[in-house]
Design a protein around this ligand. Structure first.
Ligand code: FES
Ligand code: FES
Length: 254
C-alpha cells in the first residue's frame, strides 16, 4: 500500500483539506488540547480566537457568543464586526446541489455533510473520520474540493455544490468514475466518492494535468483498502484524455 503524497496537509497542498475554509476549526479541535497553554507558541486562548471566533463570526454570520465577546483585551478589537444573528434554532437553508435547488431547516451548527446526507438525502458524500482527515466526504463547492464534514452548511449558501452524484448525471458516467470501474480502483468503495470528486475537480482545474499533478491533488484523500496502484492505472488512462466533466456535462466513457 502506498498512498498519494503521504497525506500531506501542508498549506501548499491542493487537496481538499487545503480548500475547506471551515475545516481547520474542526480538524484542529483536538490540537487545542494538545497545545493547551504550553504548546509551540499557540495558547488555548489564541486558538479560540483564531478558529472558533472567526468561524462563529464569519461562517455562522451571527453575533459573537457572549462568553467570547467578553474577551476585552486588544486582540478582540481585530475581530470581524458581528453580523445579523441566526439560530441557534433551525433556520431555513437553500442549497444548490448538483444543479437543483434544495431547501431545508437546520440549526446553523450543522455541517454540510450532515445537511446533505441527513436532511437532503444526498448520500454520495461519505462519513468516515468526520474530522477532516480522510477525504471520503469530499464535495466540490464552486469547483473546489472541500471536506463537507468540516464545512458548515451555511457556508455553502449561494454556491454551487457538486457531489459524486453529479458524475453520473442523466445516466452518463463521467470519465473519472468510469476509469475507476475499468481499472478496479476500489475495494470496499467507501473512499471512492471522495476520490472521484477530488480527481474530477483536479482535472477541471487543469485538463492537461500530469499523473503527478493528480496525485498531488489527491493528497487529502485516504484509501484504507490500499487501492492506490489501481488508481494510478486509472489516472494514467485519464491524463491527456479527459473531457469536461462536473463543470459541464458528464461524459460517456473513459
Ligand atoms: S474528511 Fe470528512 S469524513 Fe473524513
Ligand atoms: S476502497 Fe476501501 S477505503 Fe478505499
Amino acid at each position: 500500500m502506498n498512498d498519494f503524497q503521504g497525506h500531506n496537509r501542508s498549506p501548499g497542498n491542493s487537496g481538499p483539506g487545503a480548500h475547506a475554509s471551515g475545516s481547520d476549526s474542526h480538524a484542529s479541535g483536538s490540537d487545542s488540547h494538545a497545545s493547551g497553554s504550553h504548546g509551540a507558541g499557540l495558547t488555548r486562548r489564541a486558538f479560540l480566537r483564531g478558529t472558533g471566533m472567526s468561524a462563529a463570526a464569519t461562517a455562522l454570520t451571527g453575533p459573537l457568543p457572549a462568553a467570547l465577546a467578553e474577551i476585552d483585551d486588544d486582540d478582540s478589537k481585530k475581530l470581524p464586526a458581528p453580523a445579523a444573528g441566526m439560530g441557534p434554532a433551525p433556520v431555513k437553508l437553500e442549497l444548490t446541489v448538483n444543479g437543483a435547488k434544495m431547501t431545508t431547516n437546520i440549526e446553523p451548527r450543522v455541517t454540510l455533510l450532515d445537511a446533505l446526507r441527513n436532511y437532503l438525502d444526498v448520500t454520495g458524500c461519505k462519513r468516515v473520520c468526520d474530522r477532516g482527515t480522510c477525504g471520503a466526504c469530499t464535495v466540490m463547492i464552486n469547483g473546489k474540493p472541500v471536506y463537507s464534514c468540516t464545512t458548515l452548511a451555511l457556508e455553502a449558501r449561494g454556491k454551487d455544490i457538486k457531489t459524486a452524484e453529479a458524475l453520473n448525471a442523466d445516466g452518463k458516467l463521467d470519465q473519472v468514475p468510469a476509469a475507476f470501474a475499468k481499472f478496479d480502483a476500489q475495494q470496499c468503495g467507501f473512499c471512492t466518492p471522495g476520490f472521484v470528486v477530488a480527481m474530477r475537480a483536479a482535472f477541471d482545474q487543469n485538463p492537461k494535468a500530469s499523473p503527478a499533478d493528480i496525485e498531488k491533488a489527491l493528497g487529502g484523500n485516504i484509501c484504507r483498502c490500499g487501492t492506490y496502484e489501481q488508481m494510478r492505472h486509472a489516472i494514467a488512462s485519464l491524463c491527456g484524455n479527459i473531457h469536461g466533466g462536473a463543470k459541464g456535462r458528464a461524459t460517456k466513457e473513459a
